[in-house]
Design a protein around this ligand. Structure first.
Ligand code: SF4
Ligand code: SF4
Length: 315
């Protein structure tokens, strides 16, 4: 039987932010949440999607002719409009475009093709304690591909991490359990209403899955995206610390400071950025987070919050 294929939107080698050591991180399309601060908006929809960078478009109009769906139009003033809703991601305009103004986020890949990239850095994994991380989006939305990839990594003797938003069926975590050396488990807000407001769903399932995974003896590291003035209130920080002491087997807590690297992607995907006013935390804010968490007994992962806000993949 052929291996399942998956929709992958990025593969980052030499990643230092997605688990222990030097890793290759594979980003899968599709996410059940819609976090207000999401810096990977290209991850959210399940299928491939078109992106247009107006800054490098030369208005040559080659895409107009190439696209059979009439996605690209120019008005009398020469203004280029992209009808993202009509796009079926066939990719003809990409081939025609001479300037690189167009790209597709996400493409179908086989387990073998992904693993061919992953094994290239085996020596670095061995030297650093790294390996493969599957991220997203939310990897469990492509559970068959995810499992096949993890099986292939295990067969190759490569360590595995799965990064999850926690909002997935229990059966998916049960299937991942024997194949995952470390779960990077996101926890975004303690107040259920605030969690729903910020992500589109309550945190009840997330917390239930976290406690279930811990009870099964899974290795879990908690990852907490923090946005100043949005979800860094004292109650949440205290609750994060309380989880760290309640779940004694937890492999530490990592803070993911808000950053703005994904802002331009919303525009290139033809989407409005969610109305969201937030500041990138400065060193004083980072220090306050660290002090509050530590004062309440939180077991922070080494280096967390010392890092400047450049996280690569927080679901
Ligand atoms: S083909 Fe590329 S450069 Fe030419 S108009 Fe279309 S997007 Fe712009
Ligand atoms: S869980 Fe991650 S990928 Fe999904 S919307 Fe939130 S930040 Fe984006």
């Amino acid at each position: 039987m052929p291996s399942p294929t998956g929709i992958v939107f990025d593969l980052q080698r030499a990643s230092l932010d997605d688990g222990p050591g030097i890793r290759t991180t594979v980003f899968l399309k599709g996410c059940p949440l819609h976090c207000t601060w999401c810096h990977n908006p290209e991850s959210q929809k399940p299928g491939p999607e078109l992106a247009f960078d107006a800054a490098v478009c030369t208005s040559c109009q080659a895409c107009v002719t190439a696209c059979a769906s009439g996605v690209h139009t120019f008005d009398a003033t020469g203004r280029h409009t992209v009808g993202f809703d009509r796009c079926i991601a066939a990719g003809a305009c990409l081939t025609a475009c001479p300037s690189g103004a167009l790209r597709l986020y996400g493409g179908e890949q086989s387990v073998e093709a992904v693993m061919a990239e992953v094994v290239k850095d085996r020596a670095f994994y061995t030297a650093s304690g790294g390996g493969l991380t599957i991220s997203g989006g939310e990897p469990t939305l492509q559970i068959e591909f995810c499992l096949a990839l993890l099986q292939a990594a295990k067969a190759a003797g490569i360590s595995t991490c799965v990064e999850t938003c926690g909002f997935a069926p229990r059966e998916s975590y049960g299937a991942l359990l024997p194949l995952t050396d470390l779960f990077l488990f996101d926890y975004k807000a303690t107040n259920p209403e605030l969690h729903a407001q910020l992500t589109g769903s309550s945190n009840a399932l997330v917390l239930a899955n976290l406690r279930w995974l811990h009870a099964q003896g899974a290795a879990v590291r908690l990852r907490c995206p923090l946005v100043p003035g949005v979800n860094d209130d004292a109650d949440h920080l205290r609750a994060v610390a309380a989880l760290s002491t309640e779940l004694t087997g937890l492999h530490g807590v990592e803070i993911l400071p808000y950053h703005e690297s994904g802002t331009g992607k919303y525009e290139r995907l033809g989407r409005a950025r969610p109305p969201f006013a937030a500041m990138v935390p400065d060193s004083a804010v980072l220090a306050r987070w660290r002090e509050t968490l530590s004062a309440h007994g939180c077991r922070l992962s080494p280096g967390t919050t010392d890092r400047q806000p450049d996280i690569s993949a927080s679901p």
